[in-house]
Every structure is written in C-alpha cells, then in structure tokens.
Design a protein around this ligand. Structure first.
Ligand SMILES: [Zn+2]
Length: 315
C-alpha cells in the first residue's frame, strides 16, 4: 500500500492505492494558509486515509507527493510554489519522513497527473497521447511511445505558456497571448466579465449580485441554457482548439485527454475543440483522434504520486 498526495494551492487530495492499482480510499482537505496549518492538514489527510481504508500504519510502505511549483525531486525539496508561497526551498520529503517514518518521494504535480492517467486512466489505452489540465492555469503532459516525456529538469510540457496570439492578453509569466489566458478556469471568469454587458438578460447578471463569479457558476448556468454561459464555453473551446491543433501537429497523438476542474464542463466546449482542430491541424494527423477526460477526475495526480512512490520504493 502507498499513499499518494496531490498538494495544490487550495486543496490536498489523497489516495491509498495498492500495487495492483486498486484505490482503497480517497479524500480531500484544505491546504491552509500558512506553514504550520499546511503541515497539520497533510498529517490529518494521511491519518484520515488510513482510517477510511481500514489499514494499519505499518501496511503503508511509502508516500508519494505531487506538488505544484518548481521542485527538486532528488532532494525532495519544493524550491518555490506560486500558490503555496510559504514553501521556499522547503525540504518537504525530509520533514514528512521525520513526522511519519515513511519513505517520501516528491514529483511535480503535472507529471504525477500523467503518471496516474497512464497507469489507471484512459491513457493506459494509448501509446501516444497528450494531456491538458484545465484549472486556475493550464498544465500539460505528453506520453511518447508509452513513456512520459518530462524534459531535462522534469518541467516539460508547459502547454499553458505557449502563445496563441503574440499580441494578446498579458500572462503572469510575462509574455503575451499564452493559452492559459484564453482557456483556463480563470479565463472563463475573465471572459464572462468582459462579455456580460452584451447579455443583460443573462441569469449570471442576477446571480453575481450576491455570489462571486466562478467558472463553476458559469457551468451551472450553461447547464440551464444561459446564452452568455454557452457563448463563453464556445469561445474557450475555440481557443483550446487552436492550442491543441498546434500540439496535434507536433505530437501526432492518438488521444487528447483533458483533466482539471474545468474539464467537468467538457460537454459544452469539447465539440468546439474538435471542430477547431479539424479546421486547423494538418491532414494526416487531425483524423481519428480520441478526445476524452481523465478517468479519476481530480484524483488523477494523487494516483500518479502513489505510482511514483511505488516505482521508487527502496526495499
Ligand atoms: Zn504565460
């Protein structure tokens, strides 16, 4: 048995998995807003997973962690994480080993999502595929001939920071027109704000009088057929299609897999992605591509973190 944790800026997702790939328990806790709180919540998550799966402490062999931000996996250190700013050159693996007694293995969260999807998800059916994780930003991954490609430092496939409009919106990374400015959950919110004056009868206008505007709210209104919400997902789908058409021309994938919170709204933008890829990608590559979402939803990266630990346990 191993525990996999996916530590993001908002939530910590955890799973208990055995070496055959059976998921025995999963849970999610808040990340917290300061160093001691995050540490306490990680420990709570580990204990809670053991309770939920009815296993003894000594049945767990290791913990795998997928963390957002820049990490040094060999040192088990989080170098810097934009959404967890109190971790700077933070020796996370050593600290957790000290607190729990388990071997701890650290990887980048985007890589963990690919490992999880490759092991137990839709990725297990294909040899060549790409994945885009649609959340606050956009992460990515690629499996080439059955092997995840992670680059020299393990940071490859930053699809969110590839340009689709060189004169476009200013990105947090400093350049203009990055895909994640056009097709992330943040983009859904921003585009809704910038188009709302064109849709005075939208139910979103009424709801945001007393609620904050989120991608989830826009999704809920799309389900009810709101014209503004449907337009926004149409827009997002077209932009994603431009980004994915570029990736199709590079990777010639069998499948495009979407993950992250926003992928839950795929019914409203997937047809627009497929339409745009067909319009833009090269003949011979754009045909016969399977489009799907991750099998384990938000827990894909935690499962991949567990897999990473399984593959690295020192006996
Ligand atoms: Zn960028």
């Amino acid at each position: 048995m191993v525990i996999g944790l996916d530590i993001g800026g908002t939530n910590i997702k955890g799973v208990v998995v055995d070496s055959t790939g059976v998921v025995h328990a999963h849970t999610s806790v808040a990340t917290g807003s300061a160093m001691p709180e995050t540490e306490k919540n990680i420990l709570y998550c580990i204990n809670h997973l053991q309770e939920l799966s009815h296993i003894n402490k000594d049945e767990v062999e290791a913990i795998g962690i997928g963390s957002a931000g820049a990490i040094d996996k060999h040192k088990g250190m989080v170098i810097t994480s934009p959404n967890i700013p109190w971790w700077k050159n933070h020796p996370l693996s050593a600290i957790l080993h000290q607190l729990t007694g388990y071997q701890v293995f650290l990887e980048n969260d985007a890589n963990c999502a690919v490992f999880g999807e490759l092991w137990l998800g839709n990725g297990s059916h294909y040899k060549n595929w790409i994945m885009l994780t649609l959340g606050t930003g956009i992460g990515g991954g690629a499996v080439i001939n059955g092997i995840p490609y992670t680059g020299r430092a393990g940071s490859a496939m930053e699809f969110g920071h590839t340009t689709i409009d060189y004169n476009g919106l200013l990105c947090k990374c400093g350049r203009k027109g990055c895909l994640e400015c056009y097709a992330s959950a943040t983009a859904v919110v921003n585009f809704t704000k910038s188009h709302i004056h064109l849709y005075p009868d939208s139910t979103i206008v009424e709801r945001i009088q007393h609620e904050s505007l989120t991608a989830k709210l826009v999704y809920q209104e799309a389900q009810k057929g709101d014209a503004l919400a449907l337009y926004i997902f149409n827009l997002i789908g077209n932009y994603l299609g431009i980004g994915i058409a570029n990736l199709v021309n590079i990777f010639n994938p069998e499948a495009v897999i979407l993950g992250g919170g926003l992928s839950g709204a795929h019914e409203f933008f997937m047809p627009h992605i497929i339409h745009t890829v067909h319009a833009l990608a090269l003949a011979g590559m754009k045909e016969d591509i399977q489009y799907c979402i991750t099998s384990y939803g938000d827990y894909t990266a935690a499962i991949g973190a567990a897999k990473y630990a399984l593959d690295n346990i020192k006996i």
